[in-house]
Design a protein around this ligand. Sequence first.
Ligand SMILES: Nc1nc2c(ncn2[C@@H]2O[C@H](COP(=O)(O)OP(=O)(O)OP(=O)(O)O)[C@@H](O)[C@H]2O)c(=O)[nH]1
Ligand SMILES: [Zn+2]
Length: 221
Amino acid sequence: MDAVIKNFPPHADQGTDAAGKKHSMHKPLTDRPSQQEVEAAVTTLLRWTGDDIAREGLIETPARVAKAFREMFSGYDQSPEDELGRTFEEVQGYDDMVLIKDMSFHSHCEHHMVPIIGKAHVAYLPDGKVVGLSKIARVVDIFARRLQTQEAMTAQIATVIQDVLKPRGVAVLIEAEHMCMAMRGIRKQGSTTLTTTFTGVFKTDFQEQARFMTMLRDKHG
Ligand SMILES: Nc1nc2c(ncn2[C@@H]2O[C@H](COP(=O)(O)OP(=O)(O)OP(=O)(O)O)[C@@H](O)[C@H]2O)c(=O)[nH]1
Ligand SMILES: [Zn+2]
C-alpha cells in the first residue's frame, strides 16, 4: 500500500506549463494526506453512521474507500489538453460535423459527493484537423473524475476542445441523473438534467445547432 494517496485530495488551483500557459491539470500537492490519515477519516464517517467498525465486513472498508476515491477522482492529475495534443490532418478535406454520441460517464456532485450518472454527446466542426475519437471520450472522463456540477463539466469539455483543437465550433450536450436528487433530499427518481454549451459556429449559426440536435434525436428516435 502506498504511503501517500497521490491523487487526493482535489486541489482548486490551475497549473501552468513550461510556457506559462494555464492548463486544467491540478497541481500535485506535497501535503496530501497520508494513507493513514485518509483511512482514519473514513473510520470516523463509519463510526458516525452508527455501525460497528470492528465487525468483519468493515475492517478493510477504510482502505477500500481510499482506493475507490483514488480512482474516482483521478481526473485531478490528468490533463485534458495533453489528450487533445495529437491531431490528424489527412482527412481528405473533411470539414463537416464529427459527433460522438452516448459517452457514458460517472461523476460526483461537488455539493454532496454522490454520483452523477449520465451520457455526454460532443460534436465539433473541424478546421483542417481532427483528433482521435477516443481522446474526446478521455476528456469527458477526466472532467467526470473530479467533483462537478453538470453545468461546469459541460462548459469545461467545450472550452478545452475549442482552445486546443481550435475547430470552427464545439457542441456539448450532457444528460444526467443526479443521485443527490434521487437518493436523498427531494427524492425525485428518474429525472434527467440536460445542459448544453455551444462555441463558434454552433453558437452563431442556429442551423448548425439544430442539425446537432437533430443528429442526436435521430439516434434516440
Ligand atoms: N446547478 C446544479 N445544482 C446541482 C448539481 N448537482 C447538485 N445540485 C444542487 O445543489 C444544490 C445544493 O443546495 P443546498 O441547499 O446548498 O444543499 P441541500 O440542503 O443538500 O439541498 P437539497 O438537495 O435541496 O436538499 C441542490 O439544489 C442540488 O440539487 C449540478 O450539477 N448543478
Ligand atoms: Zn448533489
